[in-house]
Design a protein around this ligand. Structure first.
Ligand SMILES: O=C(O)CCC(=O)C(=O)O
Ligand SMILES: [Fe+2]
Length: 347
């Protein structure tokens, strides 16, 4: 049975590693991103016990009564509740993909809005614009917030190492040692610079087992998470050990491959902004979740994204190499994200 490649990123986290070991990793990444857009990541330095604690804390939250969970409910932006339309807890079926309700519940966390002043909305004092509110952390379990904040710091470091490796994997020129470069400089550090204030997203997701009937002819009417690509740069996905839930669409466009978890490894995939930057040399691969297995499945994806104001347009080298017209004229990651956030709840 075919399986996704496994990539050890440690040479990009270890300042004393040899250029040859980094080059080897870059080569593997190029192959994995060209062929699958998905791979397993090891050598990230986060102990397995920490990863298990992350899953366990999310599981404890989802086991609370609804009344308790709804204390941090997501509210629409510009409303009297002071919601920002994005952050907070969403109950079962509140998320929509391709016009269908997803059978999961979730907490969404984002980088705090610290790159620009917040803009109060016309709803009156205390109302918020989309994404401009604070994160809503649960009181229970009490350890969740501090443990997650420390974990998010570590993940940003891993994300940064990964996008550095990606710049090298694309054979972009090395940075000029005499100049710091700007966000527009198209060298191998281009992704690192454009993610240095990553507008990251973290989702804690709980999936009950699907109970809709299975028959090979029946259309799948309700999924745990409908078919989609991820929005941004790279996703570092942590899941509990449940097999057979996450499925990845292969290049043939018809075969779904199970991306079963490997203990201690992240499942990594590239998002829409990397596809745009590479002018489609690397595609953001479609995937979905169908959990018909045993137990209540928990996953915690971390989306390491560009800066909110990063302008993402196809890199010249990638346009040349692809032999195609530039696929996009360029826009900020923030604009792309806002469009997606509206679609998730009002689609
Ligand atoms: O739960 C999973 O395995 C994947 C979730 C996912 O694809 C997403 O949240 O974007
Ligand atoms: Fe996804």
């Amino acid at each position: 049975m075919m399986s996704l490649p496994i990539i050890d990123i440690s040479p990009f986290l270890d300042a004393s590693s040899s250029p040859a070991s980094r080059q080897q990793v870059a080569l593997f990444i190029n192959n994995a991103c060209t062929e699958f857009g998905f791979f397993y990541l090891t050598g990230h330095g986060i102990p397995q016990a920490k990863l298990e604690e992350i899953i366990s804390l999310a599981r404890q939250f989802f086991a609370l009564p609804n009344e308790q969970k709804n204390k941090i409910k997501r509210h629409d932006a510009a409303g009297p509740e002071g919601g920002d339309g994005a952050r907070g807890y969403q109950g079962m079926g509140e998320n929509v993909t391709q016009g269908k309700k997803d059978m999961h519940e979730a907490i969404d966390l984002y980088r705090e809005w610290d790159h620009a002043p917040t803009v109060e909305r016309s709803g009156g004092p205390g109302t918020r614009s989309t994404l401009q509110g604070p994160n809503l952390w649960p009181d229970e379990p009490g350890k969740l917030k501090p443990v997650y904040l420390a974990y998010i710091k570590q993940l940003q470091n891993v994300g940064s190492a990964l996008v550095r490796a990606m710049g090298q994997a694309l054979e972009l020129p090395p940075p000029d040692p005499n100049s710091a470069g700007t966000p527009e400089t198209e060298d191998s550090e281009v992704f690192v610079r454009n993610t240095d204030h990553s507008f990251w997203v973290m989702r804690l997701i709980g999936y009950p087992k699907l109970t809709t009937p299975v028959s090979p002819d029946a259309p799948i009417t309700s999924l745990s998470c409908g078919e989609h690509t991820d929005y941004g740069c790279v996703t570092l996905l942590l899941t509990d050990p449940t097999p057979g839930a996450l499925q990845v669409l292969l290049k043939d466009g018809t075969t779904w491959l199970n991306a079963d978890p490997i203990p201690g490894a992240f499942v990594v995939n590239i998002g829409d902004m990397i596809e745009r930057w590479t002018n489609g040399l690397w595609k953001s691969t479609r995937h979905r979740v169908i959990h018909r297995g045993e137990g209540y499945r928990v996953s915690v994806p971390f989306f390491f994204e560009p800066n909110f104001e990063a302008v993402v347009r196809p890199l010249e080298r990638c346009v040349e190499r692809s032999g195609k017209e530039a696929m996009h004229e360029g826009s900020t990651y923030g604009e792309h994200l806002l469009g997606k956030v509206f679609g998730n709840f009002y689609g």
